[in-house]
Design a protein around this ligand. Sequence first.
Ligand code: SF4
Ligand code: SF4
Length: 133
Amino acid sequence: MPITISTKTVDREFTKKIEEISGEPLTKCMQCGTCSGLCPVEATSDVSPRKLIHMVTLGQREMVMNAKFAWLCVTCYLCELRCPRGLDIPKIIEATRQVKLRSNENFIEPFEIETVMELPQIAMVSAFRKHTA
Ligand code: SF4
Ligand code: SF4
């Protein structure tokens, strides 16, 4: 899906915040797509790691905040192992989650999970750590 960018939606502070939290210089990304080719989640998600980084670099805060990809990333580090520019992509993805969580917004609401008694405890603890503020 192509990304439609409007200059009205560019938020440079958002890009700087992601760089600050992750410690990764986003301009190093050359959009080669190697990370997307390796990512086990990309095929079933709304965007790819390459696209997410592109959106962050272009200051598209709302697009990034509305994308599900960062929450589905399993932090397997395959992308980071092969990135030709040495970017720590999982750190960038974690930074996008942090921006949402720091604004006190949860990705999942624990009290809205109806099947809570059927799920393994360890999975619940892990999900709450990653997806709630
Ligand atoms: S592999 Fe690295 S340089 Fe290539 S698109 Fe992904 S983050 Fe950018
Ligand atoms: S760490 Fe996340 S983005 Fe990178 S390959 Fe694994 S699932 Fe995909």
